[in-house]
Design a protein around this ligand. Structure first.
Ligand SMILES: CC(C)(COP(=O)(O)OP(=O)(O)OC[C@H]1O[C@@H](n2cnc3c(N)ncnc32)[C@H](O)[C@@H]1OP(=O)(O)O)[C@@H](O)C(=O)NCCC(=O)NCCS
Length: 163
């Protein structure tokens, strides 16, 4: 088991969370879309712009030296906002990324579980997300209780009940 721990995300984590948005947008092998273009695109940058808003909650995985290695967090969107996994007002949407060198060592699953606990504590009934077809993260989400509720183009929207 890899040696890492998980802590709550803070306002100062905005830069790292933006790094993780870039990882999520460039999940496909060989994809090198530049960071400024990704963050300027509201569909991606909207997950982190203005971090940390009052209802934003997240968790960060850190290595034994305290360096951030992965994160997942959720944010509330409105139907009028261009998020990719919008389900309903009051259903927060998560995004996740783990630094490449730390992948496939249990960090992502541990982060998802910690975030679900946090969302439950906050009183949310559901968590939503958007995932592209072909991303193995789809299987990870399914194994953590998410099911596909909608599909559009090459993306699926998945939702998990928390209660
Ligand atoms: C998706 C991501 C967050 C998962 O984090 P991770 O730390 O690698 O995941 P874990 O190590 O907890 O692995 C979770 C499961 O996926 C499997 N898995 C890990 N890497 C895999 C790979 N490359 N291909 C297929 N399955 C893989 C693991 O075997 C594990 O299953 P198991 O528990 O049954 O063994 C991470 O790979 C990542 O940052 N990817 C790029 C960004 C991204 O795609 N974000 C999601 C956008 S929707």
């Amino acid at each position: 088991m890899a040696d890492f721990s998980i802590r709550p995300a803070h306002p100062a984590d905005g830069g790292f969370l933006a790094d993780m948005v870039v990882e999520a947008a460039n999940w496909r092998a060989g994809s090198t879309r530049p960071r400024p273009a990704i963050l300027a695109d509201a569909r991606h940058g909207g997950y982190v712009a203005g971090w940390q808003r009052p209802a934003d909650r997240g968790v960060v995985a850190v290595d034994p030296d305290g360096r951030s290695i992965g994160a997942t967090w959720f944010r509330l969107f409105g139907a009028d906002r261009p998020s990719m996994g919008f389900v309903a007002a009051g259903v927060p949407e998560l995004i996740i990324g783990v630094r490449p060198i730390w992948r496939a060592q249990g960090v992502g699953r541990a982060l998802l579980r910690a975030l679900a606990d946090r969302a439950r504590l906050e009183g949310y009934a559901r968590l939503a997300l958007s995932v592209e077809h072909g991303n193995f993260a789809h299987e990870l989400y399914r194994s953590e209780g998410f099911t596909v509720v909608a599909s559009s183009g090459d993306r699926d929207t998945m939702v998990r009940a928390l209660r």
